[in-house]
Ligand binder design. Structure first.
Ligand code: PLP
Ligand code: COI
Length: 339
């Protein structure tokens, strides 16, 4: 613990003291239980293992200059987890129980919330999965909800520096009427072949296109996409992407600084017209995109000609971080202070 170099943290797992669990049995959720074990025991025929009946969330807690710990938009994650549960027929966790488990996990591991100056944060990973035996394809009767936390630095090694991404048209991540709008494990398994291939080629993420027509931008691996032009924040509307809470927040912040916001299908060719582009998410925060190579079309779209983040991405990044770390007033009511 004493050896954590907060400002050098990457996005990895570091053991913390406690995790919090709730169990769904006989139609009811148990009270939260605080555990020290990092292990999970379940039946070998659990639906999570065979049929991917698993969903997760990703959120962060931040230590402010005032030493207070703030959790960002927790209720939104609770609601999105409920949506994922409906999507793959798991028992829904009540919002209040979700919030109690998250705040307990953060409080119990308070000493792992990175100091203000480090720029790092405590990543919170809630997950919910089917644990009871089921050999025919169908939903489990029993579920576990678990929250662990781990201190993290930037998701992409560049941090807030422009990073290259690639379009790989020979891969899809999620189908238009599939599970892309849910945060379920299967979507991430489906992205691994392309993700690993892209990483080997030096790209930090794959920019997926819509799987049906390959005409429109979907999202950037584990983050949503946005482009900026003519004082407008433009982000894809698609039935196969995750509704990002960071993106929703950035749309609000863009409006707050007098920009227009458009959420609509974004044709690939429109990339050529953007002054700035970025990937956004809890882990990615804003990762400015240096360039996007459309590999099989042999086309390149460049965004940060001087290798620096664009001015609007920088402004939005600073505004978001200021709210998360408590440097400015939380006018939208986005943070929960852990008492
Ligand atoms: N898209 C995908 C596929 C993700 O995994 C994430 C991360 O959660 C996001 C977008 C960003 O969502 P959020 O801003 O809610 O973290
Ligand atoms: C997040 O941004 O919280 C995510 O869940 C992305 C993750 C898959 C690393």
């Amino acid at each position: 613990m004493n050896t954590i170099n907060w400002s050098e943290l990457s996005f990895g797992y570091i053991k913390t003291d406690f995790n919090v669990r709730c169990y769904y049995r006989n139609g009811e959720w148990s009270k939260p239980q605080v555990e020290t074990s990092e292990e999970v025991t379940m039946h070998m025929a659990a639906t999570a293992l065979h049929y991917g009946q698993e969903a997760f969330e990703g959120m962060k807690a931040f230590r402010g200059k005032d030493e207070k710990i703030r959790i960002f938009r927790m209720r939104q994650n609770a609601l999105r987890l409920q949506s994922s549960c409906r999507g793959i027929m798991m028992a829904e966790l009540p919002v209040e129980l979700f919030e109690e488990c998250i705040t307990t996990a953060v409080k119990e591991n308070e000493r792992f919330v990175p100091p203000y100056e480090s720029g790092a944060a405590l990543y919170i990973r809630p997950l919910l999965f089917g644990t009871s035996a089921q050999v025919g394809v169908g939903p489990a009767k029993e579920y576990t909800f678990l929250v662990f936390v781990t201190p993290v630095g930037p998701y992409f090694k560049e941090g807030f520096k422009p990073t290259p991404m690639a379009i790989m048209r020979e891969y899809d991540r999620a189908a238009p009427l599939g599970t892309g709008t849910y945060k379920v494990g299967g979507n991430y398994a489906a992205s691994m072949q392309s993700g690993v291939k892209a990483a080997k080629m030096g790209y930090s993420a794959v920019v997926y296109l819509d799987a049906k027509e390959k005409k429109y931008i979907d999202e950037c691996g584990p983050a949503n996409f946005f482009g900026i032009k003519d004082n407008t924040y433009i982000t894809p509307k698609s039935t196969s992407i995750l509704p990002s809470i960071t993106n929703k927040s950035l749309m609000q912040l863009a409006e707050d600084i007098g920009m227009k916001v458009e959420r609509r299908p974004v044709p690939v060719e429109e990339l050529a017209t953007f002054e700035e582009a970025g990937a956004c998410g809890t882990a990615a925060v804003i990762s400015p995109i240096l360039r996007i190579d459309d590999l099989s079309e042999d086309k390149t779209y460049e965004f940060c000609k001087e290798g620096q983040p664009g001015p609007i991405s920088k402004k939005l990044y600073d505004k978001l971080r200021a709210i998360q770390y408590g440097d400015v007033e939380d006018v939208h009511g986005w943070v929960t202070i852990v008492e």
